[in-house]
Design a protein around this ligand. Structure first.
Ligand code: CUA
Length: 250
């Protein structure tokens, strides 16, 4: 079903897309800000180097400058070209580390969801809740095949069982695998976390707006690597409780 936020926001890959999908978490916003921050320096350096190259080619052409100088030292310029790049590197490193460490931070999560990679689908466990037979709420999430798609559903991205979570809530994702390496990645949420057999990886999520977010397995895991997408639906608290009750009583 097409909802308004699917049209307004870019929460899934689009044809001929350039640049990022729209951020839905503070993490993705941070990643985009850092990208712009670094790009600023990149553009300055690019123009400076091109300008310098052009000048050199112009002024030191063999016709203009047939007898080369034999200078091998220049203390001032050597200090300048050492100190100046170090300062630029610092301006890149400080926001980069700030972001890196804030991504590792776990803010007392309200819900823990375990994502398990399989060849070739994802399964999810909501370990905070038990069904009537004392089993953790768990389900598999398979890609919807092209022939089974409804109008408005995204080819190679839609799944039969979406993960549903409340928006504006601190979530903890535990990511692992049952067979080979997979990677749980959702661009709008700024998450790309390896799923490793025998190991639990952790990612924090705080989704700031309701919507449907699409991602894909991002580690080559075999022939159907391209056919194990991820769909996560952020809803209001009420809708989440309703969904949860349905799942638990089913
Ligand atoms: Cu699972 Cu690629």
């Amino acid at each position: 079903m097409i909802k308004l936020y699917n049209i307004l926001r870019c929460d899934a890959a689009e044809p001929w897309q350039v640049s990022f999908q729209d951020p839905a978490t503070p993490m993705m916003q941070g990643i985009i800000d850092l990208h712009h921050d670094i790009f600023f320096f990149l553009v300055i350096i690019l123009f400076f180097v091109v300008w310098m190259l052009a000048r050199i080619l112009w002024h030191f052409h063999w016709k203009k400058n047939p007898f080369p100088e034999r200078i091998v030292h220049g203390t001032t310029i050597e200090i300048v070209w050492t100190v100046f790049p170090s300062i630029i590197l610092m301006f890149i490193a400080i926001p980069s580390f700030a972001l890196l460490y804030s991504m590792d931070e776990v803010v007392d999560p309200a819900i823990t969801i375990k994502a398990i990679g399989h060849q070739w689908y994802w399964s999810y466990e909501y370990s905070d809740y038990n069904t009537s037979d004392e089993q953790a709420l768990a389900f598999d999430s398979y890609m919807v095949l092209e022939d089974d798609l409804d109008i408005g559903q995204l080819r190679l991205l839609e799944v039969d069982n979406r993960i549903v979570v409340p928006a504006n809530t601190h979530l903890r994702m535990i990511i692992t695998s049952a067979d080979v390496l997979h990677s749980w990645a959702v661009p709008s949420l700024g998450v790309k976390c390896d799923a490793i057999p025998g190991r639990l990886n952790q990612a924090s999520l705080f989704i700031q707006r309701e919507g449907v977010y699409y991602g894909q397995c991002s580690e080559l895991c075999g022939t159907n690597h391209g056919f194990m997408p991820i769909v996560i639906e952020a809803v209001s608290n009420d809708d989440y409780v309703t969904w949860l009750n349905e799942k638990l009583s089913a």
